[in-house]
Design a protein around this ligand. Structure first.
Ligand code: KIV
Ligand code: NA
Length: 277
């Protein structure tokens, strides 16, 4: 698979080809996702909840993101990798955003970064683009500010907020973003925003009319059951498979069935004697 570029991703929308994006946090998974031909890997700050055990994405640090994004890059050298800017890494201004966004490119080998927000981040998006850092926007339900939005719930249901969201999408496009994640909005609003802007929309809980889709990989695989939004489709249920395998291992270790001769290194049966014991 040839490594995608920003231009290639933009071209997919023009050609009407759907974009698939999935989250990755480590090398092993990144390599499997790319082998399955995913278009874009997102090192999401969902890392905090899915892998690091935090209650929200807010505590995730830049160092944690760089640590995992580097692993994803090592596992998938040919992937288009987007690093998710964690809470606090871009809100304080353009300079911080460029320094932190730059780390994703310099230290982790990412192709682009993603950040949450509408009008309030547009100047930052432009500054990043001018600094040579491609930016994916993210509007609708923005988990980093979910408490201000009244929790994890559908956004853009009333006319006023739908109108604002269309304006935010246009402003982000104008600011220079190359794509926008639309999270948890009605499908008709997803369609309208996708039609109103030339850059691709990548939906999560935003209906089928978006130019692409993204899911948290652990949700898709049925590996994370703490909090499952209704828009998530689990394509398999790995959690019970893992539990079963581990229970079997425990039973075999406890009974002495594992390791058997096939899984051991044989040696001279006279070893005790040879050692003079
Ligand atoms: O952090 C994340 O995984 C995300 C996607 C769900 C869009 O931001
Ligand atoms: Na995120």
């Amino acid at each position: 698979q040839k490594r995608k570029t920003v231009a290639g991703i933009l071209a997919m929308k023009k050609k009407g080809e759907k974009i698939t994006m999935l989250t990755a946090y480590d090398a092993a998974m990144a390599s499997m996702l790319i082998a399955a031909d995913v278009d874009v890997l997102l090192v999401g700050d969902s890392l905090g909840m899915v892998v690091l055990g935090y209650d929200s994405t807010v505590p995730v640090t830049m160092d944690e993101m760089i640590h995992h994004a580097s692993a994803v890059r090592r596992g998938a050298p040919g992937a288009f990798v987007v690093g998710d800017m964690p809470f606090g890494s871009y809100q304080s201004g353009k300079r911080d955003a460029i320094l932190n966004g730059g780390r994703f490119l310099k230290e982790a080998g990412c192709d682009a970064v993603k950040l949450e927000g509408g009008m309030e981040v547009c100047e930052t998006v432009t500054a990043l683009e001018r600094a040579g850092i491609s930016v994916m926007g993210h509007i609708g339900l923005t988990p980093q500010t979910a408490t201000q939005l009244g929790g994890y719930k559908v956004q853009g249901r009333d006319l006023e907020s739908a109108q604002r969201m269309v304006a935010e999408a246009k402003a982000l496009e104008e600011a220079g973003a190359f794509a926008i994640v639309l999270e948890c909005i009605p499908d008709e609003l997803g369609r309208i925003i996708s039609e109103e802007i030339a850059i691709p929309t990548i939906g999560i809980g935003a209906g089928v009319h978006c130019d692409g889709q993204v899911l948290v990989t652990h949700d898709l695989l049925g590996m994370f059951d703490k909090f499952i939004p209704s828009f998530v489709k689990s394509y398999c249920k790995l959690a019970p498979v893992i539990k079963e395998a581990v229970s079997e291992y425990n039973a075999e270790v406890r009974s002495g069935a594992y390791p058997d001769a096939d899984h051991s290194f044989s040696s001279d049966s006279n070893l005790r004697k040879l050692l003079g014991l």
